[in-house]
Design a protein around this ligand. Structure first.
Ligand SMILES: [Zn+2]
Length: 294
């Protein structure tokens, strides 16, 4: 399963919640595993540095006989060539098969090591979902959308990365709007290449986690695994997850309160709000955000 959407849209939260279902194995943002895990040795979601995490060590052993730096560097080169938003409409690239084969090995090894049935990659980018689809892996794609005004507010905030304490990337309202439109539009186009895509709104997930997760799991054919015992109203009990990279929320363990963060209503200045609403208007309407009080 591949979770797509623009960053700050709730992709990590959805992955953590799905990851509590029996048989589901959340891997975090595998697209960043090569640079941040293998090369920079940033911590896994379990807290261990990547090279000391027993799960990822075993996955690397099975998939590649370890995690050679040359492999990670090669994957970054391939990503630059084939895994780009601008290449989504182009079909076929001589290096696509090699690129996708490495992901296939990671997913298969992770399923073996975890003893699971479904592996989740929350890499988010439509371009990787396209590569995996065009390369024959046929991932089930879950597309998470969130009100772009809330997303823009989140991207303006200063947040320290738990991995190294450095500030996360910040974007202005215009840049967020353009990325929001590009990523969501690209994910909307995926079915044309044979991908099965299910869309989830962040706001619906937070308003009623149980109903939204039940509907999603049923649509994904995961209803055989449907044990939502980890959910108690608006509180989720999360165990540690071996996520290779992702939003700081990937480190959250224990009782996590699920609340709808709508701080943008008081925090996003009117001018920025107008920029976002203007630039994202067609898709806001498509996803049902137009009627929301501005
Ligand atoms: Zn780990």
């Amino acid at each position: 399963m591949f979770i797509g959407g623009l960053g700050r849209s709730g992709t990590t939260l959805l992955e953590r919640l799905l990851g509590e279902l029996p048989g589901v194995v959340p891997l975090g943002e595998v697209v960043h595993l090569w640079a941040r895990g293998v090369l920079a040795n940033e911590p896994c979601g379990c807290g261990e540095p990547f090279d000391r995490c027993p799960f990822w060590r075993e996955v690397g052993e099975r998939a590649f006989g370890g995690w050679p730096r040359g492999l990670a560097e090669r994957m970054l080169t391939l990503r630059h060539k084939v895994d780009r938003t601008r290449r989504i409409l182009a079909v076929g690239h001589p290096d696509l098969a090699e690129y996708v084969a490495a992901y296939d090995r990671v997913y298969s090894a992770a399923l073996d090591v975890a003893g699971g049935t479904v592996v989740v990659d929350s890499s988010k980018h439509a371009s990787l979902a396209f590569c995996l689809s065009a390369g024959g892996l046929a991932p089930r794609v879950v597309h998470v959308v969130r009100d772009p005004r809330a997303v823009a507010h989140s991207w303006r905030r200063t947040v320290a990365r738990p991995e190294d304490g450095r500030p996360m990337t910040r974007w202005g309202a215009m840049r967020t709007s353009l990325h929001w439109s590009a990523q969501n539009l690209a994910l909307d186009l995926l079915p044309r290449w044979g991908a099965q895509v299910t869309r989830v709104r962040y706001e619906d997930l937070l308003a009623d986690p149980r109903t939204t997760l039940t509907a999603l799991a049923t649509e994904l054919g995961l209803d055989g695994f449907l044990d939502l015992g980890f959910l108690d109203g608006a509180t989720a009990s999360l165990g540690p997850a071996h996520t290779a990279s992702g939003n700081p929320m990937r480190f959250a363990v224990g009782q996590v309160r699920l609340f709808h963060d709508d701080a943008w209503r008081g925090g996003l200045p009117a001018v920025q709000r107008a920029v976002v609403s203007g630039l994202t208007a067609p898709l806001m309407t498509r996803y049902g955000y137009r009627g929301a009080a501005a």
